[in-house]
Design a protein around this ligand. Structure first.
Ligand code: F3S
Length: 422
């Protein structure tokens, strides 16, 4: 870089899943080691690193919009685009939007590409941004990448490849480093984190990994939430006997109808899904269970949709993310006729969202009168171990502290819980 009078500011922006967040945090740390100030919001900057997602058409659109926003905010700044959209259609992105592209296979070199690009620009002497605080309270740790399940609708295996789990000692050493830096919560992430270790022949498994992290680090909180119903075993759930494990499980349902689940090539039936929920609720009292559902998968009938609603009524998720089905190139579902008309897809999605919202409200109202351990990311806001947004009634110096909060009310608009710290 041309001996700047101030540190270069890099906006490292993330779309998509927690795995992407882990990889952006890693790149941001590398940039900081090389003297850059990093921010995690779209603002003026000397360079941009944009980590994209391609899970749906909407994700693609969001990525293009974010790239254009960056170019508008700082027209001279180089924009480096990485992530799943860059992997899937990097040539088009480079051509249409005049950006530099780094595919997923080379993602670990993305920070270096930013540094190279910064060498070619002269930094204006403008005021500097204040560094972002993300990654200081919660660290996203990548434990594996890739997915061997190849569900019919999912593009992820095509942009992330086969499963590759990191060895336990490597994850433990990264975890220790982050805990020493003051991070209070480790979030274990991956493309298919529930399948951790199944590609290794050294006995590694999710349970072994969590046991090692609990025994060999002082992490105050560990979050391991994205799991498939078939990964729920008594051995795994035994890890939650340690109070440092966050009581939140994200089990993607996708559909409550067995014929649809079979066509999606999911590896469980609706009944097996409900059994997994029951196992969690017995082993981890008070756990919150959240889910993803696809509305309008090819061939979905009114009866299939009703089966999803009925399952939602029985399980009552703490939160539900609903996605109208979006056909993705190269997936096997893209060969099926996309036969649920868009207005019906939207109507079904809206119905599922409304029901999900009602259950979320009920679940959160039921927390009133209880005390929750909250990790504060600002002086008055944080997340409980059950992944609920909590606001302290009074602002005070609380950043990066885990404090018990007595929940007194629910804000019906924001769905935030409001309470007093002990
Ligand atoms: Fe999206 Fe890639 Fe994650 S497609 S959901 S960013 S693995």
């Amino acid at each position: 870089m041309p001996s700047p009078t101030r540190p270069p500011v890099v906006a490292a922006l993330t779309l998509g899943c927690k795995l992407n967040q882990a990889e952006t945090q890693q790149a941001a740390r590398e940039l900081q080691r090389h003297g850059c100030v990093t921010v995690d919001r779209p603002s003026r900057a000397d360079a941009y690193l944009i980590n994209t997602c391609t899970i749906t058409h909407v994700a693609d659109r969001k990525a293009r919009r974010l790239i254009r926003l960056a170019q508008k905010l700082s027209p001279e700044a180089p924009v480096i685009v990485t992530g799943c959209y860059a992997e899937r259609d990097g040539a088009a992105l480079a051509r249409d939007l005049n950006v530099r592209v780094v595919g997923n296979a080379d993602k670990s070199t993305a920070a270096r590409s930013v540094l190279d690009a910064l060498r070619e620009v002269s930094l204006p002497a403008a005021a500097t941004e204040s560094p972002s605080s993300s990654g200081r309270t919660r660290a996203f740790l990548k434990i594996q990448e890739g997915c061997d399940d190849v569900c019919a609708f999912c593009i992820v295996p095509y942009v992330r490849g086969r499963e590759r789990a990191l060895p336990i000692p490597e994850i433990v050493s990264q975890a220790r480093e982050r805990v020493t830096e003051g991070v209070r919560e480790l979030v274990l992430t991956g493309t298919q984190p529930g399948a951790y270790g199944r590609d290794r022949d050294d006995g590694a498994s999710a349970a072994r990994l969590i046991e090692a992290l609990l025994a060999e680090t002082d992490a105050p909180r560990i979050r391991y939430s994205s799991i498939q119903p078939q990964d729920i075993t008594p051995e795994l759930l035994a890890c939650w006997e340690d109070a440092r494990m966050c009581r939140h499980f994200h089990l993607a349902l996708q559909s409550g109808s067995d014929p649809v689940l079979r066509r999606m090539r999911r590896r469980y039936s609706a009944a097996q899904f409900e059994q997994a929920v029951a196992q969690i609720r017995t082993a981890v009292p008070g756990a919150s269970i959240t889910t993803d559902i696809i509305a309008g998968f090819p061939g979905e009938t009114e009866a299939d949709h009703d089966a999803t609603i009925a399952l939602m009524e029985r399980v009552r998720f703490a939160d539900v993310h609903v996605f109208p089905y979006s056909s993705r190139p190269n997936t096997s579902a893209s060969l099926l006729p996309d036969d649920v008309p868009p207005p019906l897809k939207r109507e079904r999605a809206a119905q599922l969202r409304a029901l999900g919202h009602e259950h979320t409200q009920q679940w959160r109202s039921a927390q009133i009168g209880h005390t929750a351990p909250v990790l504060f990311e600002t002086d008055d806001r944080g997340l409980s171990d059950t992944y609920l947004p909590v606001r302290a009634a009074e602002s005070a110096a609380r950043v990066n502290r885990i404090i018990p909060v007595h929940i007194g009310a629910l804000d019906d608009d924001s769905l935030e819980l409001i309470g007093e710290t002990a």
